[in-house]
Design a protein around this ligand. Structure first.
Ligand SMILES: [Mg+2]
Ligand SMILES: [Zn+2]
Length: 189
């Protein structure tokens, strides 16, 4: 079986920029590409798991979500690494676009996308990690049976000072994706 590091997107790999309508506004967090390549070299798959409720909110199309994800992938490829797989949830329970408005199991903290990745790639979730900037990322990782790292980038500092969501019981709190990946590697050597 394989193991994976699951990464959130916004505020984790790229700078948090709200609902992005211009591809140029999507930029990588410093060191993100190198950090991702480091865990890949250690034998982890690097897999994106992202909540993208823009389509449910009527902000933009699902095609645009794919373009945003492709932009992140292109930026990583330009720095000689890549995401091995990309999964996203376009839903929201209280959206306004009927097609995407529902209670689903794939929106984090739900675990459906992790379970799908496990099936697709034969991943041992108990040997895998989740890295993200929100309490819901930490909870999603735990719901899937992974260890979870909370970052201080993106919404992370607001989560940690109690002004956004609730403070989760992360297995580790890291300054950024670079420190998170270093911790994961040190935890596995
Ligand atoms: Mg995020
Ligand atoms: Zn969903």
């Amino acid at each position: 079986m394989k193991r994976a590091v699951f990464f959130d997107r916004d505020g984790t790999i790229n700078e948090e920029a709200g609902y992005v309508k211009d591809l140029d506004n999507l930029v990588l967090i410093k060191g993100a590409a190198q950090a991702i390549e480091k865990v890949r070299k250690q034998g982890f798959m690097a897999i994106l798991i992202t909540n993208q409720s823009g389509p449910a909110r009527g902000y933009y199309s699902e095609d645009w979500v794919n373009q945003l994800n492709n932009r992140v992938q292109d930026l990583l490829i330009a720095q000689n690494t890549k995401l091995d797989a990309i999964y996203y949830c376009p839903h929201l329970p209280n959206g306004i676009v009927p097609k995407y408005t529902k209670e689903c199991d794939c929106r984090k903290p739900g675990k459906a996308l992790y379970v799908q990745a496990k099936k697709d790639f034969d991943i041992d979730l108990s040997l895998s990690y989740m890295v993200g900037d929100k309490a819901t990322d930490v909870e999603a990782g735990h719901n899937a049976g992974c260890k979870s790292v909370l970052l201080r980038t993106g919404y992370g500092n607001q989560v940690l000072d109690g002004t956004y969501q609730t403070i989760p019981n992360a297995d580790f709190v890291a300054d950024d994706i670079v420190k998170a990946c270093d911790w994961i590697i040190s935890n596995n050597s």
